[in-house]
Design a protein around this ligand. Structure first.
Ligand SMILES: C[S@@+](CC[C@H](N)C(=O)[O-])C[C@H]1O[C@@H](n2cnc3c(N)ncnc32)[C@H](O)[C@@H]1O
Length: 730
């Protein structure tokens, strides 16, 4: 085992000094952060090297986590935000303490995470609760909240940022996030997909897609909420138990069988006991039991196994948990490698994220009963034994062959984080009929006899286990390579329980809009949209033509929605809201407004006719007042507005227009407006306005319009403008 890095550990020396004052131990006395069985269990696993390291390990586990965040890389705001954080790194915050010896505690300034590329991830060395409560943090807190709400930043645990980085997503990849909610890793995957592709023109829609799935209905909708801030047309959200994710036949145009949906990248961030999150979820100190892991082990194997089946040959799979338990980690990896019979291999990622301090995966571990008694091997008749054969360590020879040491373990004391486990796997040869679709006959090495169909709990020393028909409905299976691809039995021989769907709202259908619809031509003409933006990628959610919203989807999402078996997918959401219809009576307004969500996507394709250049004073007026009349705006803007047809207008503010107050603006500011007969109003939510005010460091009252304190307006205008507001602001 690599030596414990004493120099880098923030916790090995003077605990009082390095735990940055009373705040990080907030609640310390209220919760008993001791659990003898937990301590004995992990000591037996040999995670640390010596007593000094064990002390650092347990001491760190008992201190509340610092706050960590990530800047959204593909947003044009990223550079400005990084600069703001860099400036904040001079900032030492003094907060009063109760002690007369040390009347103030000086908190260290925010620091970039050394291992995260391009200074895009930061640690604010204080707990969330303190940042929220202490007045000295107010400005920083407002900044973080505002930028998070509009998707320019994401608060995310440091260790949770590792799996998406190691998945190595490129803009052309098809990616599935098997257990995605609430979606912090999904947002990172979306960012990677949208990272600039040197071969694609700037602002191009990525050619790949992200399919984010979760078994829990309500949590799938959380996923919609969290990912909406990023407005990706390349995202699809589904609601399946990952181990039963259906085989989807795409619409193949060639003579052979239609290809089955497979992915270049698969993330299995599986449900786990979560004892790596003790610093955040302190209740685990008292609820943790040895048996927690046994209940999850079989499910984790099935999810990873299904993930491996869904991965194309040559693709990459990342398995991760926020648990330290080898039963949920190395034992799962070992069993899936065994079942894959050479089709999967652990990837050596020791040269990636070089500044990330890590420990190698365990090659052997202890299995214990609920009371902490060590179990040497599996015994089927042992009473109250929750272990299964696959929980036990492989032989030394098998562990070496599998390279279990290539797994990554992160412990809290190494770099002041939560604990985490990550394994990166590569699919090196075919496993399933779906694989065979994309692989030439002669390259298929596995035969039907080679295919391993394994029941969890099977004796790991045997490669193959026979299962009965009845068992096959419960067991996870690998589809034989030689089964004809058109055969419907290609569906995994498994059943999906109907869980968590009962209370869910009925989803409207997802229908690709005929590009010859007159409304598409009207929109194209009104906004002068370039032919480079395909008219065949609009989606609507009503069959009878009553739709109000046009969503835009990427070509990959469109091809998925047109798959032959698409009805097997429990689709929850997809598409970026591009245009929303609001018919306003008695005003000759063009009814389709651009939704703020869709503006970044649409901007590069819009003609000049609906843009209006604003002065900084105009933006201030629009923030302060509801529905300012044209007369109260700068003359050039008012003149241009008067000459335009009523409807949506895009305000553009050039950074050169900014005075001292708004010098934080580094790029042209674009916002949709509703141009009524004699006045205008902002078509952005209060949240977005707040982010703008914070970013530009404006000392200004906002939200007068939303509070109804705007100037008097005609009844007709008030109604029109109310209707034109985006949904989230109403
Ligand atoms: C560790 S959390 C995922 C965290 C998420 N990847 C993120 O970064 O925000 C595990 C998720 O798995 C979901 N889950 C539980 N059982 C599942 C199953 N059988 N299939 C798919 N998802 C499942 C849970 O609802 C939960 O949202």
């Amino acid at each position: 085992m690599a030596r414990f890095n004493k120099r880098k550990s923030q916790w090995s020396k003077d605990k009082k000094k390095t735990s940055d004052g009373s705040d990080r131990r907030e609640g310390y006395k209220k919760i008993d952060r001791n659990n003898a069985l937990f301590e004995a269990y992990y000591r037996a696993q040999g995670l640390c090297e010596d007593e000094e390291e064990w002390t650092a390990f347990f001491d760190t586990l008992r201190v509340v986590l610092p706050t960590t965040l990530r800047i959204t890389a593909f947003r044009q705001e990223a550079e400005g935000l990084r600069e703001t954080m860099r400036k904040a790194s001079d900032m030492h915050i003094n907060i009063p303490t109760d002690s007369s010896d040390e009347p103030v505690t000086t908190l260290p300034p925010p620091t970039p995470m050394p291992w995260y590329p391009n200074d895009l991830a930061w640690t604010v060395h204080s707990s969330r609760a303190v940042i929220k409560r202490v007045p000295q943090f107010k400005r920083l807190h407002n900044f973080l909240v505002a930028e998070s709400e509009v998707g320019n930043m994401t608060r995310q645990e440091a260790v949770s940022m590792i799996p998406p980085l190691l998945l190595d997503v490129q803009p052309h990849h098809w990616v599935i996030d098997m257990c995605a909610a609430p979606g912090s890793k999904t947002t990172q995957l979306i960012e990677a997909l949208h990272a600039s592709d040197p071969q694609a023109p700037k602002d191009a829609v990525p050619s790949g897609l992200i399919l984010a799935n979760d078994a829990n209905g309500k949590r799938s909708y959380m996923l919609v909420h969290h990912t909406r801030r990023l407005q990706s047309p390349a995202l699809v959200i589904t609601n399946h138990e990952a181990q039963f994710f259906p085989n989807i036949r795409l619409s193949g145009s060639g003579p052979g069988p239609a290809p089955i949906l497979q992915f270049d990248r698969v993330l299995c961030d599986v449900p786990c006991s979560g004892d790596g999150t003790l610093r955040k979820n302190e209740k685990i100190w008292q609820t943790w039991t040895i048996n927690d892991a046994y209940g999850l082990h079989a499910l984790q194997i099935r999810i990873l196994e299904r993930g491996a089946q869904l991965c194309r040959v040559g693709g990459r799979i990342v398995y991760s948990t926020c648990s330290m338990n080898p039963i949920e980690n190395e034992a799962v990896i070992a069993q899936v490698l065994r079942q894959a019979n050479g089709a999967l291999a652990l990837v050596d990622v020791s040269d990636q994220l070089p500044k990330l301090i890590r420990r190698p995966g365990l090659s052997s571990w202890k299995v214990m009963d609920g009371q902490g008694g060590v179990l040497d091997s599996y015994a089927p008749d042992r009473p109250k034994d929750k272990s299964t054969p696959s929980c036990y360590s492989p032989s030394e020879e098998e562990a070496g062959r599998m390279h279990l040491d290539r797994c990554i373990r992160i412990y809290p004391h190494l770099q002041d984080t939560g604990a985490f486990f990550v394994a990166v796997l590569s699919k090196v040869s075919p496993m399933t009929a779906a694989d065979r679709n994309g692989v030439e006959e002669e390259k298929v090495e596995a035969t039907e006899e080679d295919v391993v169909t394994t029941k969890e709990g099977a004796n790991p020393t045997k490669d193959k286990v026979e299962i009965t028909e009845e068992e096959s409905s419960k067991a996870s299976t690998i589809i034989p390579v030689k089964r004809p691809a058109e055969n419907d039995q290609d569906q995994p021989r498994t059943r999906e329980k109907k869980t968590g769907r009962g209370a869910m709202p009925k989803e409207e259908p997802f229908i690709m809009l005929d590009p010859n619809q007159p409304e598409i031509k009207d929109i194209t003409d009104f906004y002068g949209i370039s032919p480079d933006l395909p008219t065949s990628q609009y989606l609507v959610r009503a069959e009878d033509g009553t739709h109000k919203t046009l969503y835009f989807v990427s070509p990959a999402v469109k091809s998925l929605l047109q798959a032959r078996d698409v009805e097997r997918l429990k689709l929850i959401n997809t598409g970026t809201k591009a245009f929303v219809r609001n018919d306003v009576k008695n005003i000759d307004a063009f009814p389709f407004r651009i939704q703020a969500d869709g503006l970044p996507l649409l901007t590069p394709f819009l003609g000049p006719q609906r843009f209006v250049d604003a002065a900084f004073s105009d933006v201030l007026t629009l923030i302060r007042e509801a529905n300012p009349k044209f007369d109260s705006l700068s003359e050039p803007m008012a003149t241009k507005l008067r000459a335009m047809r009523a409807g949506c207008v895009i305000l553009r503010l050039d950074p050169a227009q900014m005075n001292e107050a708004g010098k934080g603006l580094k790029y042209p500011l674009l916002m949709p407006l509703w141009r009524a007969n004699v006045s205008v109003n902002l078509l952005i939510s209060k949240i977005e306005i707040r982010a703008l005010v914070t970013r530009l460091d404006l000392d200004i009252e906002i939200g007068e319009g939303a509070k109804g304190k705007g100037h008097a307006k005609t009844e007709e205008e008030a109604k029109a403008e109310e209707e034109a507001k985006p949904e989230e602001s109403s």
